[in-house]
Design a protein around this ligand. Structure first.
Ligand code: UFG
Length: 322
């Protein structure tokens, strides 16, 4: 297929673009490089370094079999401070994309949704039919886009799949996580191991979990990317399907730090700090629907293995920066 990957210079987008190319698809990346990196675009892939809002019509006029829409603002804290940036950058831009797809007859869409659409869950593991009550603007904008996509699927025949990511981690060779503003646990802990940070703050140890720290479902970015390939193959005209992507098992902040200590051999000083506002105690996916309907299952479920891949990426980046 000829596929447009928006946000293909970012973390998840670049890994997906690489896997799509390896599977024989023709890929074009559209990324304004506001948070992505031109050198993260896989070799041989054309990069259009423009805003979606400015060029999406002329790009899709070329004719594409589908769009994988990763481009988004994705910092929960920032979304609370500057909601307009998120409603504009996520919702308005995605509506432009949907309209352009309709106008140019682009048949398929795979959208990066998030566990943040559910908010604080009543029950874990979280199933796709759970109530959606986002607790931050980031989650609210992703949920709004999911609703819009449903409308375009039922009314205009779009074949659409939304993938609700839990905690994406790990790396794929030279493709990995390198955010200017880093908020995610594993890269922060690895920054301590590589001497870029003194210690890691544990945001709360009084949660109702086994060791008192927050529990999350960490999914390897390669497994996540492979789910996109399956989603693309299963997308059906007139339907909008939604799948949670996680491994179905949670690890606590302390377990993650221990895995990082084991992998890096670094003591990684950690200090308990107050809770981060809006953080639920436990977020674990039910991966059942993705398994039965897409035939997808996470293969890289060992936390140490996930951390090892992220660590190799971190070390390779540090060598390049020296
Ligand atoms: N944490 C710390 N210290 C840190 C950073 C994080 O203790 O320095 C803890 C958090 O409190 C949480 C866990 O580590 O318990 C994971 O935090 P992340 O920031 O790595 O990820 P989140 O679970 O907060 O966020 C993820 C996605 C978001 C998405 C959200 C859904 O990264 O994009 O899940 O709720 F919105």
């Amino acid at each position: 297929m000829k596929l447009l990957v928006t946000g293909g210079a970012g973390y998840v987008g670049s890994v997906c673009a690489a896997r799509l190319v390896e599977s024989g698809h023709e890929v074009v990346v559209l990324d304004d490089l506001s948070t992505g990196h031109a050198d993260a675009v896989p070799d041989g892939v054309r990069l259009i370094a423009e805003n979606i809002d400015d060029v999406i019509g002329s790009v899709l006029a070329e004719g594409f079999d589908g769009v994988l829409h990763f481009a988004a603002k994705s910092l929960v804290g920032e979304s609370q401070q500057d909601p307009a940036k998120y409603w504009q950058g996520n919702v308005v831009t995605s509506l432009r994309l949907l309209d352009a797809m309709r106008e140019h007859g682009t048949p398929r869409l795979v959208f990066s949704s998030t566990a943040a659409t559910y908010g604080e869950p009543d029950q874990v593991p979280i199933v796709e039919t759970a109530p959606t009550r986002p607790t931050n603007t980031y989650g609210a904008t992703k949920l709004a886009i999911d609703h819009a996509i449903t409308g375009y699927a039922t009314s205009h025949g779009l074949a659409a799949v939304s993938l609700r990511y839990f905690n994406v981690a790990g790396a794929y060779g030279r493709f990995g996580e390198r955010h200017a503003t880093e908020t995610h646990l594993i890269p922060i802990v690895l920054q301590v191991a590589s001497g870029k940070r003194e210690k890691v703050a544990i945001y709360g140890d009084d949660y109702p979990t086994e060791d008192g720290t927050g529990v999350r479902d960490y999914i390897h970015v390669v497994d996540l990317a492979d789910a996109h390939l399956k989603a693309l193959a299963h997308a059906t005209g007139g339907e909008h399907r939604i799948y949670n992507l996680g491994i179905g098992v949670g690890f606590s902040v302390r377990q993650v730090i221990d895995a990082c200590r084991e992998v890096t051999g670094h003591p990684i000083p950690a200090e308990v700090s107050p809770r981060r506002s809006g953080d639920p105690a436990v977020l674990v996916a039910s991966a059942e629907r993705a398994r039965t309907e897409l035939g997808w299952k996470a293969e890289r479920v060992d936390l140490t293995g996930i951390v090892r891949d992220a660590w190799e990426f971190t070390q390779a980046r540090s060598r390049q920066e020296v």
